[in-house]
Design a protein around this ligand. Structure first.
Ligand code: IPM
Ligand code: MG
Length: 361
């Protein structure tokens, strides 16, 4: 079967990490007989530069036609002063929304070789393996009305709307319960039900969905406590399900537990296994073009792409194992440097993973 993959390098370090991803995709077609067709398109700041908008129609069309999408990163200081509608981030948000990619899976997994790279103590993070399921196409990111208005008297007022429909909560609930069933069958729903009505509805709805999954244990936690528990005792979690903005914040926090945000992949899925795969770190403009960025989150995103969109779990496992092999040899990009490590650049890290994967074939 032939698979169409759309690659969106984006901005900042996006192109250089995606370059490593392209090498991996080429290796998968050559050595693993996957029939992969890669196309590239513009998204983010580069699209603003070339076409005047962050998500050009042509990109959206190609994205609709693709089986899966691989994204580098979008955004950069150059675009900070643009009107909101033209911001690179808006392109990514529009793509998520247009393709209905409502379920965002963000695994935080600590490779044992990197325990010393985490800012937390070894015993707190050793063996860490949690999954954050973030709702991605609703909540305060998309709620209407939104804007900044000028009040009589001249003072300005900014406002956004946090809203969730029961159907939106149910579908992310089902994704999270199914994810928990495939793991250790514990799901923690994170909300702010002590203050927000929408959170009350979220909690009630999760409880209702739970009836379909008697084999999964559902618990609830307020988001402030969840942030604290993530750094106090992160291993108490198996799967966390939460709203768009809480998930944005908690997943960055969880990323640091694994040593570096440069290690974390993500999958954003619609209801039919189509997905957008991206590292959760941003475009890191400060190190762009210097062969310093960590490409592992991108390569691990390709593993997720194989697992969730192409049904190739076995090759996905092998890519993840190859990353472990490379870390075992002491190869480290700057963000995950440990005392026993050997500093390498983006290119060398990408090559090392591909070589390790070939060895595992
Ligand atoms: C993320 C990012 C995005 C988000 C930005 C770039 C729009 O922080 O994927 O976590 O807030 O969702
Ligand atoms: Mg984020």
């Amino acid at each position: 079967m032939s698979h169409k993959i759309l690659v969106l390098p984006g901005d900042g370090i996006g192109p250089e990490i995606v370059q490593q991803g392209l090498k991996l995709l080429a290796c998968l077609s050559e050595d693993f007989s996957l029939d992969i067709h890669v196309e590239q398109a513009l998204l983010g700041g580069v699209a603003v530069d070339e076409c005047g908008v962050p998500l050009p129609d042509a990109t959206l069309e190609q994205a609709r036609a693709a089986d899966a999408i691989l994204l580098g990163a979008v955004g950069g200081p150059k675009y900070d002063d643009l009107p909101r509608e033209q911001r690179p981030e808006r392109g990514l948000l529009a793509l998520r929304s247009e393709l209905n990619l409502f379920a965002n899976l963000r695994p935080a997994l600590l490779y044992p070789q990197l325990a010393a790279a985490s800012t937390l103590k070894d015993e707190v993070v050793a063996g860490l393996d949690i999954m954050i399921v973030r709702e991605l196409t609703g909540g305060i990111y998309f709620g209407q009305p939104r804007g900044v208005e000028t009040l009589t008297g001249g003072e300005r007022r900014g406002f956004n709307t946090l809203e969730y429909r029961e159907s939106e909560i149910e579908r992310i609930g089902h994704s999270a319960f199914v994810t928990a069933q495939r793991r250790n069958r514990r799901l923690c729903s994170v909300d702010k039900a002590n203050v927000l009505e929408v959170s009350e509805l979220w909690r009630e709805t999760m409880q209702r969905v739970a009836a379909d999954y008697p084999d999964v244990e559902l618990t609830h936690m307020y988001v402030d406590n969840a942030a604290m528990q993530l750094v106090r005792a992160p291993k108490q979690f198996d799967v966390i399900v939460t709203t768009n903005m809480f998930g944005d914040i908690l997943s960055d926090c969880a990323a640091m537990l694994t040593g570096s945000i440069g290690m974390l992949p993500s999958a954003s899925l619609d209801g039919r296994n189509k997905g957008l795969y991206e590292p959760i770190h941003g475009s890191a403009p400060d190190i762009a073009g210097r062969d310093e960025a960590n490409p592992l989150a991108t390569l691990l995103s390709i593993a997720m792409l194989l697992r969730y969109s192409l049904g190739q779990a076995e090759i996905a496992d092998r890519i993840e194992a190859a990353v472990g092999d490379v870390l075992q040899t002491g190869c480290r990009t700057a963000d995950i440097q440990t005392a026993d490590g050997r500093l390498v650049g983006t290119e060398a890290m990408g090559d090392a993973v591909i070589a390790a994967l070939r060895e595992r074939q």
